[in-house]
Design a protein around this ligand. Structure first.
Ligand code: PMP
Ligand code: GLU
Length: 395
């Protein structure tokens, strides 16, 4: 069957694929440990669930919501961006979508097309390159220097920029590495983007998941010029344990947000009315549940890092944010485990899945073929069990 050339080359999301394979094995009775998809294991806080129940009981279940998001939720987002990030927006500069992934997609389609180049620091989240390709633009990967903590420099952005450069995708804290850019690094990158007129798509979905001394700043905060060139993307999935509710948003220049909204009006219409009411409760309600979750992630990070550090050959940088560890496992390439030779991160992940019954995501789709990603958004008990299994497998 003939497919659209833009879509034919797009692969399935590896993070979702590995997790659905692990869940299939689980359904067949296998005792799996899943470090696959990046999804908090906590239940959505009670007051948020209650807001959704109230919305259903009040009959807030109709089409009658604007395609780019309800006014009440846009107001809550505007307030959040002002108080947390020091950024001021008007309602016409906000779009609410079915997840941050959907906001990113609509924004990329609205802003990028054939002939454009989009700069993408590696390792990158699996969906960015595919979304850029769907727009017809070309992906230009920037690899960080070896000891940079997985962060590219302003100099590297400048060197990669050409006349065709349309946008830069930044993701701090990062999925998959957990790297967090410092305010100074962001400011220097902002200067280059202003000078070259590069649009910044700043994915800040992990902004609240920070450890140690790491701080989050939005790149849009370094003055009006960079703000006018930045689309900030965020959502409620990670912060409020609301992955299944599918609410994310973007804030940025009205032309781009408006075009993304018109596109959205022809694809999904407005996001789920009930979830939007729940998101209002999340953004305006008590923050204590989030603080509790971050406390637990902090303990899990310590546990998984110290256990992985014990495995000879695992090279690991302590992540400063998000809930992933991204060890370099290339020391195991060439080794035979259970009769099978490990020659790539993909082999490592497949052998883990089938022999150790541990699901993790290989680094290739993140642009990092020497690494694998483990999500520690799972219980400490699972972390202990899973890392012990990996250690035994490699022993
Ligand atoms: N950006 C990054 C970096 C992510 O890891 C995710 C997680 N899926 C998303 C965006 C999208 O999240 P959601 O669509 O659930 O809001
Ligand atoms: N962002 C999460 C991950 O990377 C969720 C899955 C996805 O949407 O890719 O695992």
């Amino acid at each position: 069957m003939r497919l659209s050339p833009r879509i034919a080359g797009i692969s399935e999301s590896a993070t979702l694929a590995i997790t659905s394979r692990a869940n299939e094995l689980k359904a067949q009775g296998e005792d799996m440990v899943v470090f696959g998809v990046g999804e908090p294991d906590f239940i959505t806080p009670e007051h948020i669930r209650q807001a959704a129940i109230d919305a259903i009981n009040d009959g807030y279940t109709k089409y009658a919501t604007p395609a780019s998001g309800i006014a009440e939720l846009k107001a809550a987002i505007i307030e959040k961006l002002k108080s947390d990030n020091g950024l001021e927006y008007k309602p016409a500069e906000i779009i609410v979508s079915c997840g941050a992934k959907h906001s990113l997609y609509n924004v990329i389609l609205a802003a990028c097309s054939e002939g454009d180049e989009v700069l993408l620091p590696s390792p990158y989240w699996v969906s960015y390159p595919e979304q850029v390709r769907a727009s017809g633009a070309d992906v230009v990967v920037i690899d960080p220097e070896p000891d940079s903590g997985f962060r590219v420099t302003a100099g590297q952005v400048r060197a990669a920029a050409t006349e065709r450069t349309r946008a830069l995708i930044l993701n701090s804290p990062s999925n998959p590495t957990g790297a967090v850019y410092t305010p100074e690094q962001l400011e220097a990158i902002a200067e280059v983007c202003v000078e070259k007129g590069i649009l910044v798509i700043s994915d800040e979905v992990y902004e609240n998941l920070l450890y140690g001394d790491a701080v989050h700043e939005s790149i849009a905060g370094f003055g009006p010029e960079i703000k006018a060139l930045t689309v900030v993307v965020n959502g409620v999935s990670k912060t409020y344990a609301m992955t299944g509710w599918r609410i994310g948003y973007a804030a940025g220049p009205q032309e781009i947000i408006g075009a993304a909204g018109r596109l959205q009006s022809h694809s999904t219409s407005g996001p789920c009315s009930i979830s939007q009411k729940a998101a209002v409760a999340a953004l305006t309600g008590p923050f204590e549940p989030v603080i509790e979750m971050v406390k637990e992630f902090t303990a899990r990070r310590e546990l998984i890092c110290s256990m992985l550090d014990e495995i000879d050959g695992m090279k690991l940088a302590r992540p400063d944010g998000a809930f992933y560890v991204f060890p370099d496992i290339s020391a195991f390439f060439g080794r035979t485990v259970g009769g099978r030779k490990i020659e790539s991160a993909m082999d490592f992940a497949m052998i883990c899945l089938e022999d150790a019954k541990v699901a993790l995501v290989p680094g290739e789709p993140f642009g990092a073929p020497n690494c694998v990603r483990l999500s520690y958004a799972t219980s400490r008990e699972m972390i202990e069990k899973g890392v012990q299994r990996i250690a035994r497998m490699l022993a």
